[in-house]
Design a protein around this ligand. Structure first.
Ligand code: ATP
Ligand code: MG
Length: 386
């Protein structure tokens, strides 16, 4: 008898012919997550089973696996042979000592000398013998003991099932570029699109010395926290100071934010294409601030030529976003008080209904605008988050 963790996957079941592709990716992501942990991972009978680990590592293994997108639930189980004595020993080891219970038994191998009902009756009887305070209740049990017999050498006995992160395996939906500020929202939008299977590269605009080394380190820290969901990734840091200074120098003050965001999108599209990303993600949320009105988003979006821009938070309330950021562990870092480049040269009354025509007129006033954008793209620094 040995301890194992059984992993079940969710939506992949829906994928028909592509199923092998999804399963292989999921397997790769599971192996990446368990890298360095002494254990064996095998694919058996439509599920993954992690075994041969030191029991003191079990909690760590489970915590890691619960952040792998594509996994739906997991169970700690005892693995035995199909022999009823072995199964009974395992059932007695994991079952509650008191209260109502039922057994749910299944048997894949129809050549075994018992039916599922016979097995459940036999094992239930052994449990009652050992713990007389137990009571069988098929309809509203407090606990269910599952016995899943696969073949004569393999049966799994378990009673718990912990939810995992759900979603699709990272990488199954292609690659995306996620705009990561130091704020609360963009780590959440990054998490959400990783959950839908995108392999992400992150992009941060940094305006040193208006924004500090600490502000940059905070974003690196956020990317590191997100790594447990995104897998290893790269954070591209674009030096944005010259672009912002030029906009500040030449543009109308109330168009400052609009132009900054348009420049960000132009650079983002270039970086995305250079790095093979098929979409851009940001943490915009309709109506939250001046730059996120419908008009502002229209004007910002209009500089993007080819790629879709995903805004997974568009319909969320701030408190809903905060709740997710706490759940994924980014909140405490996000609220550290280092400024983002969007707060540099902030005008008193930013345009909330900017137009494309006036944005372009302002951009045309900026000396060497195209060169400044080129330079920002070329001078990007890449931090590997592995
Ligand atoms: P966040 O909490 O993510 O900073 P926000 O509510 O503060 O969002 P904005 O500052 O207007 O909103 O930014 C909107 C989105 O633009 C962000 O969610 C992020 O995706 C992107 N963004 C803003 N600043 C930066 C930056 N310095 N680097 C990269 N992306 C940025
Ligand atoms: Mg922000």
């Amino acid at each position: 008898m040995d301890r194992v963790v059984i992993l079940r996957y969710g939506e992949i079941h829906l994928k028909g012919k592509n199923r092998a592709f999804f399963e292989n990716l999921l397997k790769r992501n599971i192996l990446e997550k368990l890298h360095g942990v002494g254990c064996r991972t095998e694919f058996a009978y439509g599920r993954y089973v992690v075994s041969d680990y030191d029991p003191s590592d079990e909690a760590d293994i489970i915590a890691k696996l619960r952040t792998v997108f594509g996994l739906f639930s997991l169970s700690r189980a005892l693995r035995t042979t199909a022999d009823t004595d072995d199964i009974a020993e395992a059932a007695v080891a994991i079952c509650p000592k008191t209260g109502k219970f039922r057994i749910t038994a299944s048997r894949a191998d129809k050549t075994l000398p018992y039916t599922s009902v016979m097995l459940a009756t036999e094992i239930g009887g052994r449990m009652l013998e050992r713990y007389p305070a137990l009571e069988v209740d098929l309809h509203s049990p407090d606990a269910i003991v599952y016995i899943d017999v696969r073949d004569k050498n393999t049966a799994y006995v378990f009673s718990d099932s912990l939810p995992c992160a759900g979603g699709m395996p990272v990488g199954s939906a292609g690659k995306g570029l996620s705009l990561l500020s130091g704020g609360i929202d963009s780590p959440v939008s990054t998490y959400m699109m990783a959950k839908r299977g995108l392999k992400l590269t992150e992009l941060h605009f940094w305006s040193y010395p208006y924004t500090s080394i600490e502000a940059k380190n905070k974003v690196i820290e956020l990317a590191r926290i997100l790594r447990k969901f995104t897998g290893s990734t790269e954070l591209v840091i674009v030096p944005f100071t010259k672009v912002q200074e030029a906009i500040h120098k030449y543009a109308e003050p109330n168009y400052m934010i609009t132009l900054v965001r348009r420049a960000m999108m132009r650079i983002a599209e270039r970086v995305a294409k250079n790095r093979g990303c098929g979409c851009i993600i940001n943490g915009e949320d309709l109506g939250q601030v001046a730059s996120q009105t419908l008009e502002s988003i229209t004007v910002t979006n209009s500089v993007i030529r080819d790629l879709p821009v995903f805004r997974p938070l568009i319909g969320f309330d701030k408190n809903e976003i905060i709740e997710i950021s706490k759940k994924i562990g980014t909140y405490e870092t996000s609220i550290k008080p280092y400024e983002d480049c969007c707060t540099v040269f902030l005008p008193e009354s930013p345009a909330t209904k900017p137009t494309i025509r006036r944005s372009e007129a302002n951009e045309n006033k900026i000396e060497n605008y195209a060169e400044l954008i080129d330079e920002a793209v070329d001078d990007a620094e890449v931090v590997v988050i592995s």
